[in-house]
Design a protein around this ligand. Structure first.
Ligand code: 5MY
Ligand code: ATP
Length: 491
Protein backbone atom coordinates (compact mmCIF):
# COMPACT_ATOMS: atom_id res chain seq x y z
CA UNK A 1 0.00 0.00 0.00
CA UNK A 2 1.36 3.38 -0.88
CA UNK A 3 1.01 5.37 2.32
CA UNK A 4 0.32 8.88 1.09
CA UNK A 5 -2.11 7.73 -1.56
CA UNK A 6 -4.74 6.04 0.57
CA UNK A 7 -8.16 7.58 -0.03
CA UNK A 8 -11.16 6.16 1.86
CA UNK A 9 -13.44 7.17 -1.02
CA UNK A 10 -11.83 4.53 -3.21
CA UNK A 11 -12.91 1.76 -0.82
CA UNK A 12 -16.36 0.38 -0.05
CA UNK A 13 -17.87 -1.93 2.55
CA UNK A 14 -17.73 -5.51 1.29
CA UNK A 15 -18.71 -7.81 4.16
CA UNK A 16 -17.89 -9.05 7.62
CA UNK A 17 -18.01 -12.02 9.90
CA UNK A 18 -17.61 -12.44 13.61
CA UNK A 19 -13.93 -11.51 13.75
CA UNK A 20 -13.08 -9.43 10.71
CA UNK A 21 -14.43 -6.77 8.39
CA UNK A 22 -13.59 -6.50 4.70
CA UNK A 23 -13.54 -3.47 2.41
CA UNK A 24 -13.01 -3.68 -1.35
CA UNK A 25 -11.23 -1.27 -3.68
CA UNK A 26 -13.56 0.20 -6.30
CA UNK A 27 -11.20 -0.33 -9.25
CA UNK A 28 -8.41 -2.61 -8.20
CA UNK A 29 -9.03 -6.27 -7.45
CA UNK A 30 -7.96 -6.10 -3.80
CA UNK A 31 -9.60 -6.10 -0.41
CA UNK A 32 -8.44 -5.01 3.04
CA UNK A 33 -9.36 -7.28 5.90
CA UNK A 34 -9.42 -5.64 9.35
CA UNK A 35 -9.72 -7.37 12.70
CA UNK A 36 -12.69 -6.56 14.96
CA UNK A 37 -12.88 -6.62 18.74
CA UNK A 38 -15.56 -6.14 21.39
CA UNK A 39 -15.47 -2.59 22.81
CA UNK A 40 -12.98 -2.22 25.67
CA UNK A 41 -11.06 -5.32 24.61
CA UNK A 42 -8.53 -3.57 22.48
CA UNK A 43 -5.11 -5.08 21.86
CA UNK A 44 -1.78 -3.35 21.37
CA UNK A 45 -0.56 -2.59 17.87
CA UNK A 46 2.22 -5.12 18.32
CA UNK A 47 -0.28 -7.83 19.30
CA UNK A 48 -2.45 -7.06 16.29
CA UNK A 49 0.51 -7.13 13.93
CA UNK A 50 1.56 -10.50 15.36
CA UNK A 51 -1.98 -11.87 15.11
CA UNK A 52 -2.22 -10.88 11.43
CA UNK A 53 1.26 -12.19 10.67
CA UNK A 54 0.27 -15.49 12.29
CA UNK A 55 -2.74 -15.70 9.97
CA UNK A 56 -0.50 -15.19 6.93
CA UNK A 57 2.07 -17.73 8.19
CA UNK A 58 -0.60 -20.30 8.99
CA UNK A 59 -2.00 -19.94 5.46
CA UNK A 60 1.46 -20.27 3.89
CA UNK A 61 2.96 -23.05 6.01
CA UNK A 62 -0.07 -25.15 6.89
CA UNK A 63 -3.17 -24.55 4.79
CA UNK A 64 -1.34 -24.28 1.46
CA UNK A 65 0.27 -27.64 2.25
CA UNK A 66 -3.02 -29.31 3.13
CA UNK A 67 -5.33 -27.71 0.58
CA UNK A 68 -2.98 -26.91 -2.28
CA UNK A 69 -1.20 -23.88 -3.64
CA UNK A 70 -3.93 -22.76 -6.06
CA UNK A 71 -6.79 -22.68 -3.59
CA UNK A 72 -5.20 -20.64 -0.79
CA UNK A 73 -4.45 -16.91 -0.94
CA UNK A 74 -2.49 -15.77 2.08
CA UNK A 75 -2.17 -12.06 1.32
CA UNK A 76 0.15 -9.85 3.31
CA UNK A 77 0.07 -7.63 6.36
CA UNK A 78 -0.01 -3.94 5.46
CA UNK A 79 0.39 -0.80 7.53
CA UNK A 80 -2.09 1.96 6.75
CA UNK A 81 -2.25 5.66 7.68
CA UNK A 82 -4.33 5.95 10.88
CA UNK A 83 -6.34 8.86 9.47
CA UNK A 84 -7.33 6.73 6.46
CA UNK A 85 -8.55 3.90 8.72
CA UNK A 86 -10.48 6.32 10.93
CA UNK A 87 -12.25 7.94 7.97
CA UNK A 88 -12.92 4.55 6.36
CA UNK A 89 -14.49 3.27 9.58
CA UNK A 90 -16.84 6.29 9.71
CA UNK A 91 -17.69 5.92 6.04
CA UNK A 92 -18.75 2.28 6.19
CA UNK A 93 -20.45 2.26 9.62
CA UNK A 94 -23.98 2.79 8.25
CA UNK A 95 -23.63 -0.21 5.92
CA UNK A 96 -22.81 -2.70 8.63
CA UNK A 97 -25.57 -5.10 9.69
CA UNK A 98 -26.83 -4.29 13.18
CA UNK A 99 -26.19 -7.83 14.39
CA UNK A 100 -22.44 -7.38 13.70
CA UNK A 101 -22.05 -4.05 15.48
CA UNK A 102 -21.29 -5.65 18.84
CA UNK A 103 -17.66 -5.52 17.72
CA UNK A 104 -15.64 -2.54 16.52
CA UNK A 105 -13.21 -2.36 13.67
CA UNK A 106 -9.63 -1.99 14.87
CA UNK A 107 -8.78 1.61 13.99
CA UNK A 108 -5.90 2.02 16.40
CA UNK A 109 -3.13 -0.25 15.14
CA UNK A 110 -3.17 0.75 11.47
CA UNK A 111 -2.57 -2.88 10.46
CA UNK A 112 -4.74 -4.93 8.11
CA UNK A 113 -4.39 -7.76 5.62
CA UNK A 114 -4.32 -7.06 1.91
CA UNK A 115 -5.76 -9.90 -0.17
CA UNK A 116 -6.92 -10.49 -3.73
CA UNK A 117 -10.62 -9.77 -4.13
CA UNK A 118 -11.86 -13.31 -4.62
CA UNK A 119 -15.26 -12.17 -5.84
CA UNK A 120 -13.48 -11.23 -9.08
CA UNK A 121 -11.54 -13.77 -11.10
CA UNK A 122 -7.93 -14.24 -9.95
CA UNK A 123 -6.33 -11.30 -11.68
CA UNK A 124 -5.34 -9.74 -8.41
CA UNK A 125 -4.38 -6.20 -9.37
CA UNK A 126 -6.95 -4.97 -11.87
CA UNK A 127 -10.61 -5.72 -12.25
CA UNK A 128 -11.51 -7.53 -15.45
CA UNK A 129 -14.07 -5.99 -17.70
CA UNK A 130 -15.81 -9.30 -18.22
CA UNK A 131 -18.92 -9.86 -16.07
CA UNK A 132 -18.21 -12.03 -13.06
CA UNK A 133 -20.46 -14.14 -10.93
CA UNK A 134 -19.20 -15.42 -7.61
CA UNK A 135 -20.75 -17.91 -5.22
CA UNK A 136 -19.46 -18.13 -1.65
CA UNK A 137 -20.33 -21.23 0.36
CA UNK A 138 -19.54 -21.88 4.01
CA UNK A 139 -20.06 -25.66 3.93
CA UNK A 140 -19.37 -26.42 7.66
CA UNK A 141 -18.51 -29.89 9.00
CA UNK A 142 -18.98 -32.65 6.42
CA UNK A 143 -18.72 -35.78 8.57
CA UNK A 144 -20.35 -37.42 11.56
CA UNK A 145 -17.88 -38.08 14.40
CA UNK A 146 -16.48 -41.60 14.41
CA UNK A 147 -14.59 -41.29 17.71
CA UNK A 148 -15.28 -43.88 20.39
CA UNK A 149 -15.08 -41.05 22.94
CA UNK A 150 -18.46 -39.74 21.82
CA UNK A 151 -20.96 -40.36 24.62
CA UNK A 152 -24.13 -38.98 23.06
CA UNK A 153 -25.58 -41.63 20.73
CA UNK A 154 -27.31 -38.87 18.76
CA UNK A 155 -23.93 -37.54 17.59
CA UNK A 156 -23.37 -40.79 15.67
CA UNK A 157 -26.63 -40.28 13.75
CA UNK A 158 -27.25 -36.60 13.20
CA UNK A 159 -24.57 -34.15 12.08
CA UNK A 160 -23.59 -31.13 14.12
CA UNK A 161 -24.93 -28.61 11.55
CA UNK A 162 -28.41 -30.16 11.49
CA UNK A 163 -28.56 -30.35 15.29
CA UNK A 164 -27.26 -26.79 15.69
CA UNK A 165 -29.99 -25.47 13.38
CA UNK A 166 -32.60 -26.13 16.06
CA UNK A 167 -30.69 -24.23 18.73
CA UNK A 168 -30.08 -21.33 16.33
CA UNK A 169 -33.78 -21.02 15.50
CA UNK A 170 -34.72 -21.31 19.18
CA UNK A 171 -32.34 -18.50 20.11
CA UNK A 172 -33.59 -16.30 17.24
CA UNK A 173 -30.34 -16.32 15.22
CA UNK A 174 -32.27 -17.53 12.17
CA UNK A 175 -35.95 -17.71 11.35
CA UNK A 176 -36.28 -21.23 10.07
CA UNK A 177 -34.55 -24.58 9.91
CA UNK A 178 -32.53 -25.07 6.74
CA UNK A 179 -32.88 -28.24 4.66
CA UNK A 180 -29.16 -28.02 3.92
CA UNK A 181 -27.03 -30.81 5.34
CA UNK A 182 -23.24 -30.65 4.85
CA UNK A 183 -23.07 -34.43 4.40
CA UNK A 184 -25.16 -34.08 1.25
CA UNK A 185 -22.81 -31.46 -0.19
CA UNK A 186 -19.71 -33.50 0.66
CA UNK A 187 -21.26 -36.75 -0.62
CA UNK A 188 -19.90 -36.45 -4.16
CA UNK A 189 -23.29 -37.78 -5.27
CA UNK A 190 -24.64 -35.27 -7.81
CA UNK A 191 -28.27 -35.67 -6.80
CA UNK A 192 -27.48 -35.06 -3.14
CA UNK A 193 -25.21 -32.13 -4.01
CA UNK A 194 -27.97 -30.54 -6.10
CA UNK A 195 -30.34 -30.95 -3.17
CA UNK A 196 -27.82 -29.38 -0.78
CA UNK A 197 -27.20 -26.40 -3.06
CA UNK A 198 -30.91 -25.81 -3.66
CA UNK A 199 -31.45 -25.93 0.08
CA UNK A 200 -28.73 -23.31 0.55
CA UNK A 201 -30.43 -21.14 -2.05
CA UNK A 202 -33.73 -21.47 -0.21
CA UNK A 203 -32.34 -20.65 3.23
CA UNK A 204 -28.95 -19.00 2.77
CA UNK A 205 -28.30 -17.98 6.40
CA UNK A 206 -24.56 -17.30 6.60
CA UNK A 207 -23.74 -20.31 4.42
CA UNK A 208 -24.31 -18.81 0.97
CA UNK A 209 -23.69 -15.48 -0.73
CA UNK A 210 -23.77 -14.55 -4.41
CA UNK A 211 -21.86 -11.62 -5.88
CA UNK A 212 -22.20 -10.11 -9.36
CA UNK A 213 -19.24 -8.03 -10.50
CA UNK A 214 -18.08 -7.90 -6.88
CA UNK A 215 -21.45 -6.67 -5.50
CA UNK A 216 -23.50 -8.81 -3.15
CA UNK A 217 -26.78 -9.70 -4.90
CA UNK A 218 -27.98 -12.62 -2.79
CA UNK A 219 -27.46 -13.56 0.84
CA UNK A 220 -28.85 -13.11 4.26
CA UNK A 221 -27.50 -10.59 6.76
CA UNK A 222 -29.46 -11.77 9.81
CA UNK A 223 -32.83 -13.12 10.97
CA UNK A 224 -34.45 -9.82 10.01
CA UNK A 225 -33.41 -10.09 6.35
CA UNK A 226 -36.31 -10.35 3.88
CA UNK A 227 -37.22 -13.76 2.44
CA UNK A 228 -35.05 -14.85 -0.47
CA UNK A 229 -36.43 -13.86 -3.85
CA UNK A 230 -35.53 -16.43 -6.51
CA UNK A 231 -37.13 -14.53 -9.38
CA UNK A 232 -34.94 -11.51 -8.62
CA UNK A 233 -31.90 -13.76 -8.43
CA UNK A 234 -32.85 -15.42 -11.72
CA UNK A 235 -33.18 -11.97 -13.29
CA UNK A 236 -29.54 -11.26 -12.33
CA UNK A 237 -28.30 -14.67 -13.48
CA UNK A 238 -30.20 -15.04 -16.76
CA UNK A 239 -27.64 -13.16 -18.92
CA UNK A 240 -24.92 -15.50 -17.60
CA UNK A 241 -26.72 -18.76 -18.30
CA UNK A 242 -28.96 -17.88 -21.25
CA UNK A 243 -26.93 -15.13 -22.95
CA UNK A 244 -28.45 -15.12 -26.43
CA UNK A 245 -31.78 -16.66 -25.75
CA UNK A 246 -35.12 -15.00 -25.29
CA UNK A 247 -36.19 -17.31 -22.47
CA UNK A 248 -39.37 -15.70 -21.19
CA UNK A 249 -39.42 -14.61 -17.58
CA UNK A 250 -41.73 -16.26 -15.04
CA UNK A 251 -41.51 -19.35 -12.83
CA UNK A 252 -40.33 -21.57 -15.70
CA UNK A 253 -37.40 -19.25 -16.41
CA UNK A 254 -36.57 -18.93 -12.70
CA UNK A 255 -36.46 -22.71 -12.30
CA UNK A 256 -34.32 -23.13 -15.44
CA UNK A 257 -31.80 -20.51 -14.31
CA UNK A 258 -31.54 -21.89 -10.76
CA UNK A 259 -31.09 -25.40 -12.16
CA UNK A 260 -28.23 -24.21 -14.39
CA UNK A 261 -26.56 -22.47 -11.46
CA UNK A 262 -26.83 -25.53 -9.23
CA UNK A 263 -25.46 -27.81 -11.96
CA UNK A 264 -22.51 -25.54 -12.75
CA UNK A 265 -21.58 -25.12 -9.07
CA UNK A 266 -21.73 -28.90 -8.57
CA UNK A 267 -19.42 -29.45 -11.54
CA UNK A 268 -16.96 -26.87 -10.28
CA UNK A 269 -17.00 -28.35 -6.78
CA UNK A 270 -16.21 -31.77 -8.22
CA UNK A 271 -13.39 -30.44 -10.38
CA UNK A 272 -9.75 -30.77 -9.44
CA UNK A 273 -8.22 -27.58 -10.63
CA UNK A 274 -5.34 -27.75 -8.20
CA UNK A 275 -1.93 -28.61 -9.54
CA UNK A 276 -0.23 -28.68 -6.16
CA UNK A 277 0.51 -31.61 -3.90
CA UNK A 278 -2.54 -33.85 -3.51
CA UNK A 279 -3.56 -35.02 -0.08
CA UNK A 280 -0.63 -34.72 2.30
CA UNK A 281 -2.75 -36.53 4.86
CA UNK A 282 -2.83 -39.84 3.03
CA UNK A 283 -3.04 -42.57 4.18
CA UNK A 284 -5.10 -42.43 7.33
CA UNK A 285 -8.08 -40.17 6.95
CA UNK A 286 -10.39 -42.31 4.85
CA UNK A 287 -14.07 -41.41 5.14
CA UNK A 288 -15.41 -43.09 8.26
CA UNK A 289 -18.65 -42.94 10.19
CA UNK A 290 -22.16 -42.87 8.72
CA UNK A 291 -22.52 -41.67 5.14
CA UNK A 292 -25.74 -39.85 5.75
CA UNK A 293 -27.19 -37.71 8.48
CA UNK A 294 -30.52 -38.94 9.75
CA UNK A 295 -31.86 -35.40 9.92
CA UNK A 296 -31.19 -34.58 6.27
CA UNK A 297 -34.53 -34.30 4.43
CA UNK A 298 -32.84 -35.99 1.44
CA UNK A 299 -31.93 -39.13 3.35
CA UNK A 300 -35.24 -39.06 5.24
CA UNK A 301 -37.14 -39.13 1.96
CA UNK A 302 -34.96 -41.99 0.69
CA UNK A 303 -35.74 -43.94 3.84
CA UNK A 304 -39.47 -43.25 3.48
CA UNK A 305 -39.30 -44.65 -0.05
CA UNK A 306 -37.57 -47.74 1.37
CA UNK A 307 -34.39 -47.00 -0.61
CA UNK A 308 -30.90 -47.82 0.61
CA UNK A 309 -28.48 -45.15 1.72
CA UNK A 310 -26.40 -43.88 -1.20
CA UNK A 311 -22.86 -45.02 -1.91
CA UNK A 312 -19.97 -43.66 0.17
CA UNK A 313 -18.35 -40.35 -0.83
CA UNK A 314 -17.46 -40.13 -4.47
CA UNK A 315 -15.55 -36.87 -4.09
CA UNK A 316 -12.56 -36.78 -6.45
CA UNK A 317 -9.35 -36.66 -4.42
CA UNK A 318 -8.05 -33.42 -5.94
CA UNK A 319 -11.18 -31.33 -5.38
CA UNK A 320 -11.32 -28.68 -2.69
CA UNK A 321 -14.25 -30.30 -0.86
CA UNK A 322 -12.31 -33.55 -0.51
CA UNK A 323 -9.23 -31.77 0.78
CA UNK A 324 -11.24 -29.63 3.19
CA UNK A 325 -12.96 -32.73 4.53
CA UNK A 326 -9.57 -34.38 5.08
CA UNK A 327 -8.44 -31.44 7.19
CA UNK A 328 -11.72 -31.40 9.12
CA UNK A 329 -11.15 -35.06 9.94
CA UNK A 330 -7.97 -34.14 11.83
CA UNK A 331 -10.55 -33.87 14.61
CA UNK A 332 -10.02 -37.57 15.28
CA UNK A 333 -11.25 -37.70 18.87
CA UNK A 334 -14.21 -35.31 18.80
CA UNK A 335 -14.39 -32.54 21.39
CA UNK A 336 -15.42 -35.16 23.98
CA UNK A 337 -12.14 -37.04 23.55
CA UNK A 338 -10.13 -33.87 23.07
CA UNK A 339 -11.27 -31.96 26.14
CA UNK A 340 -9.41 -34.13 28.71
CA UNK A 341 -6.25 -33.74 26.58
CA UNK A 342 -6.72 -29.96 26.56
CA UNK A 343 -6.95 -30.13 30.36
CA UNK A 344 -3.68 -32.08 30.43
CA UNK A 345 -1.95 -29.31 28.45
CA UNK A 346 -3.57 -26.71 30.71
CA UNK A 347 -2.28 -28.40 33.87
CA UNK A 348 1.20 -28.53 32.37
CA UNK A 349 1.06 -24.85 31.43
CA UNK A 350 -0.09 -23.92 34.92
CA UNK A 351 3.02 -25.57 36.26
CA UNK A 352 5.36 -24.35 33.50
CA UNK A 353 3.85 -21.16 32.04
CA UNK A 354 7.11 -20.28 30.32
CA UNK A 355 6.68 -23.40 28.12
CA UNK A 356 3.76 -21.83 26.23
CA UNK A 357 6.19 -20.43 23.67
CA UNK A 358 8.06 -23.71 23.13
CA UNK A 359 4.77 -25.54 22.67
CA UNK A 360 3.88 -23.06 19.88
CA UNK A 361 0.42 -22.45 21.32
CA UNK A 362 0.31 -18.93 19.85
CA UNK A 363 2.65 -19.58 16.95
CA UNK A 364 4.91 -19.39 15.14
CA UNK A 365 2.94 -21.45 12.65
CA UNK A 366 5.97 -22.64 10.76
CA UNK A 367 7.18 -25.80 9.02
CA UNK A 368 7.84 -27.50 12.40
CA UNK A 369 4.27 -26.76 13.50
CA UNK A 370 2.98 -28.27 10.25
CA UNK A 371 5.11 -31.43 10.52
CA UNK A 372 3.72 -32.24 13.97
CA UNK A 373 0.18 -32.15 12.57
CA UNK A 374 0.92 -35.14 10.36
CA UNK A 375 1.06 -37.59 13.27
CA UNK A 376 -2.34 -39.27 13.12
CA UNK A 377 -1.85 -41.78 15.95
CA UNK A 378 -4.63 -42.00 18.52
CA UNK A 379 -2.75 -44.18 21.04
CA UNK A 380 -2.52 -42.00 24.15
CA UNK A 381 0.83 -42.59 25.85
CA UNK A 382 -0.13 -40.18 28.63
CA UNK A 383 2.36 -37.51 27.56
CA UNK A 384 1.88 -33.77 27.16
CA UNK A 385 3.35 -34.12 23.66
CA UNK A 386 0.52 -36.45 22.60
CA UNK A 387 -2.10 -34.16 24.15
CA UNK A 388 -0.60 -31.10 22.47
CA UNK A 389 -0.54 -32.72 19.01
CA UNK A 390 -4.23 -33.63 19.30
CA UNK A 391 -5.09 -30.12 20.55
CA UNK A 392 -3.29 -28.48 17.62
CA UNK A 393 -4.88 -30.90 15.12
CA UNK A 394 -8.27 -30.09 16.61
CA UNK A 395 -7.70 -26.35 16.17
CA UNK A 396 -6.74 -26.89 12.51
CA UNK A 397 -9.77 -29.15 11.95
CA UNK A 398 -12.08 -26.53 13.48
CA UNK A 399 -10.61 -23.94 11.13
CA UNK A 400 -11.46 -26.14 8.13
CA UNK A 401 -14.98 -26.66 9.53
CA UNK A 402 -15.56 -22.91 9.48
CA UNK A 403 -13.86 -21.77 6.24
CA UNK A 404 -15.64 -20.61 3.08
CA UNK A 405 -15.26 -21.60 -0.55
CA UNK A 406 -15.40 -18.93 -3.25
CA UNK A 407 -16.28 -19.92 -6.79
CA UNK A 408 -15.82 -17.23 -9.43
CA UNK A 409 -17.39 -17.75 -12.87
CA UNK A 410 -16.76 -15.63 -15.92
CA UNK A 411 -18.53 -16.35 -19.23
CA UNK A 412 -16.20 -17.17 -22.10
CA UNK A 413 -16.92 -17.44 -25.81
CA UNK A 414 -17.56 -20.90 -27.23
CA UNK A 415 -14.21 -21.22 -29.02
CA UNK A 416 -12.06 -18.65 -27.27
CA UNK A 417 -9.23 -19.81 -25.06
CA UNK A 418 -9.71 -19.00 -21.38
CA UNK A 419 -6.16 -17.87 -20.64
CA UNK A 420 -5.50 -21.44 -19.43
CA UNK A 421 -8.11 -21.15 -16.70
CA UNK A 422 -10.31 -24.21 -16.33
CA UNK A 423 -13.66 -24.03 -18.08
CA UNK A 424 -17.03 -25.42 -17.02
CA UNK A 425 -19.86 -25.80 -19.53
CA UNK A 426 -23.53 -25.12 -18.81
CA UNK A 427 -26.37 -25.93 -21.26
CA UNK A 428 -26.13 -22.65 -23.15
CA UNK A 429 -22.78 -21.13 -22.14
CA UNK A 430 -19.27 -21.78 -20.81
CA UNK A 431 -17.47 -20.26 -17.86
CA UNK A 432 -13.82 -19.79 -16.96
CA UNK A 433 -13.74 -20.45 -13.25
CA UNK A 434 -11.57 -20.26 -10.18
CA UNK A 435 -12.02 -21.85 -6.78
CA UNK A 436 -10.49 -20.40 -3.61
CA UNK A 437 -10.81 -20.84 0.09
CA UNK A 438 -11.05 -18.05 2.62
CA UNK A 439 -11.20 -17.44 6.36
CA UNK A 440 -8.36 -19.75 7.27
CA UNK A 441 -7.56 -18.16 10.64
CA UNK A 442 -6.40 -20.81 13.07
CA UNK A 443 -8.98 -21.20 15.87
CA UNK A 444 -7.61 -20.06 19.21
CA UNK A 445 -6.48 -22.52 21.85
CA UNK A 446 -8.67 -20.65 24.36
CA UNK A 447 -11.86 -21.48 22.46
CA UNK A 448 -11.68 -25.19 23.37
CA UNK A 449 -13.66 -24.97 26.64
CA UNK A 450 -16.31 -22.95 24.78
CA UNK A 451 -16.44 -25.66 22.09
CA UNK A 452 -16.93 -28.31 24.76
CA UNK A 453 -19.82 -26.46 26.40
CA UNK A 454 -21.45 -25.55 23.10
CA UNK A 455 -21.29 -29.16 21.91
CA UNK A 456 -23.17 -30.33 24.99
CA UNK A 457 -25.73 -27.56 24.61
CA UNK A 458 -26.40 -28.38 20.94
CA UNK A 459 -26.83 -32.11 21.55
CA UNK A 460 -28.92 -31.70 24.70
CA UNK A 461 -31.24 -29.19 23.07
CA UNK A 462 -31.69 -31.41 20.03
CA UNK A 463 -32.25 -34.56 22.08
CA UNK A 464 -34.69 -32.93 24.48
CA UNK A 465 -36.82 -30.98 22.05
CA UNK A 466 -36.59 -32.41 18.54
CA UNK A 467 -36.17 -36.07 19.46
CA UNK A 468 -38.79 -35.89 22.16
CA UNK A 469 -41.19 -34.41 19.59
CA UNK A 470 -40.28 -37.09 17.01
CA UNK A 471 -40.77 -39.82 19.58
CA UNK A 472 -44.16 -38.40 20.55
CA UNK A 473 -45.24 -38.39 16.89
CA UNK A 474 -43.92 -41.94 16.45
CA UNK A 475 -45.69 -43.24 19.54
CA UNK A 476 -48.97 -41.56 18.47
CA UNK A 477 -48.59 -43.20 15.07
CA UNK A 478 -47.75 -46.50 16.75
CA UNK A 479 -50.78 -46.16 19.02
CA UNK A 480 -52.98 -45.33 16.05
CA UNK A 481 -51.72 -48.35 14.17
CA UNK A 482 -52.28 -50.54 17.26
CA UNK A 483 -55.82 -49.20 17.55
CA UNK A 484 -56.25 -49.84 13.89
CA UNK A 485 -55.00 -53.41 14.22
CA UNK A 486 -57.40 -54.04 17.08
CA UNK A 487 -60.32 -52.78 15.02
CA UNK A 488 -59.24 -55.02 12.18
CA UNK A 489 -59.08 -58.03 14.53
CA UNK A 490 -62.58 -57.35 15.75
CA UNK A 491 -63.92 -57.27 12.23
O1 5MY B 1 -19.37 -22.93 16.41
P1 5MY B 1 -20.14 -22.72 15.14
O2 5MY B 1 -20.26 -23.94 14.31
O3 5MY B 1 -21.45 -22.06 15.39
O4 5MY B 1 -19.31 -21.71 14.21
C1 5MY B 1 -19.15 -20.31 14.47
C2 5MY B 1 -19.83 -19.56 13.34
O5 5MY B 1 -21.21 -19.76 13.45
P2 5MY B 1 -22.09 -20.53 12.39
O6 5MY B 1 -22.59 -21.74 13.10
O7 5MY B 1 -21.29 -20.84 11.19
O8 5MY B 1 -23.21 -19.57 12.12
C3 5MY B 1 -19.56 -18.06 13.44
O9 5MY B 1 -20.14 -17.44 12.31
P3 5MY B 1 -21.20 -16.26 12.49
O10 5MY B 1 -20.59 -15.25 13.39
O11 5MY B 1 -22.43 -16.89 13.07
O12 5MY B 1 -21.43 -15.77 11.09
C4 5MY B 1 -18.07 -17.78 13.43
O13 5MY B 1 -17.54 -18.18 12.18
C5 5MY B 1 -17.37 -18.53 14.55
O14 5MY B 1 -15.97 -18.41 14.38
P4 5MY B 1 -15.11 -17.34 15.17
O15 5MY B 1 -15.49 -17.45 16.60
O16 5MY B 1 -15.48 -16.03 14.57
O17 5MY B 1 -13.69 -17.72 14.88
C6 5MY B 1 -17.68 -20.01 14.50
O18 5MY B 1 -17.15 -20.58 15.68
P5 5MY B 1 -16.12 -21.80 15.71
O19 5MY B 1 -16.86 -22.91 16.29
O20 5MY B 1 -15.71 -22.09 14.31
O21 5MY B 1 -15.01 -21.30 16.55
N1 ATP C 1 -10.29 -12.14 -0.11
C1 ATP C 1 -11.58 -11.85 -0.15
N2 ATP C 1 -12.16 -11.50 -1.31
C2 ATP C 1 -13.46 -11.19 -1.38
N3 ATP C 1 -14.28 -11.22 -0.32
C3 ATP C 1 -13.77 -11.57 0.87
C4 ATP C 1 -12.41 -11.91 1.02
N4 ATP C 1 -12.19 -12.23 2.32
C5 ATP C 1 -13.38 -12.11 2.93
N5 ATP C 1 -14.33 -11.71 2.07
C6 ATP C 1 -15.76 -11.46 2.37
O1 ATP C 1 -15.87 -10.94 3.68
C7 ATP C 1 -16.69 -11.80 4.49
C8 ATP C 1 -16.13 -11.84 5.91
O2 ATP C 1 -14.82 -12.36 5.89
P1 ATP C 1 -14.36 -13.55 6.82
O3 ATP C 1 -15.22 -14.76 6.57
O4 ATP C 1 -12.92 -13.73 6.65
O5 ATP C 1 -14.74 -12.95 8.23
P2 ATP C 1 -14.59 -13.59 9.66
O6 ATP C 1 -15.04 -12.58 10.64
O7 ATP C 1 -13.22 -14.13 9.82
O8 ATP C 1 -15.64 -14.79 9.58
P3 ATP C 1 -16.20 -15.71 10.75
O9 ATP C 1 -17.49 -15.13 11.19
O10 ATP C 1 -16.38 -17.03 10.04
O11 ATP C 1 -15.16 -15.76 11.83
C9 ATP C 1 -16.67 -13.14 3.77
O12 ATP C 1 -17.84 -13.88 4.05
C10 ATP C 1 -16.57 -12.73 2.32
O13 ATP C 1 -17.83 -12.47 1.77
Amino acid sequence: MEEGKMDENEWGYHGEGNKSLVVAHAQRCVVLRFLKFPPNRKKTSEEIFQHLQNIVDFGKNVMKEFLGENYVHCGEVVQLPLEFVKQLCLKIQSERPESRCDKDLDTLSGYAMCLPNLTRLQTYHFAEHRPILCVEIKPKCGFIPFSSDVTHEMKHKVCRYCMHQHLKVATGKWKQISKYCPLDLYSGNKQRMHFALKSLLQEAQNNLKIFKNGELIYGCKDARSPVADWSELAHHLKPFFFPSNGLASGPHCTRAVIRELVHVITRVLLSSSDKGRAGTLRPGLRPRGPRVCEASPFSRSLRCQGKNTPERSGLPKGCLLYKTLQVQMLDLLDIEGLYPLYNRVERYLEEFPEERKTLQIDGPYDEAFYQKLLDLSTEDDGTVAFALTKVQQYRVAMTAKDCSIMIALSPCLQDASSDQRPVVPSSRSRFAFSVSVLDLDLKPYESIPHQYKLDGKIVNYYSKTVCAKDNAVMSTRFKESEDCTLVLHKV
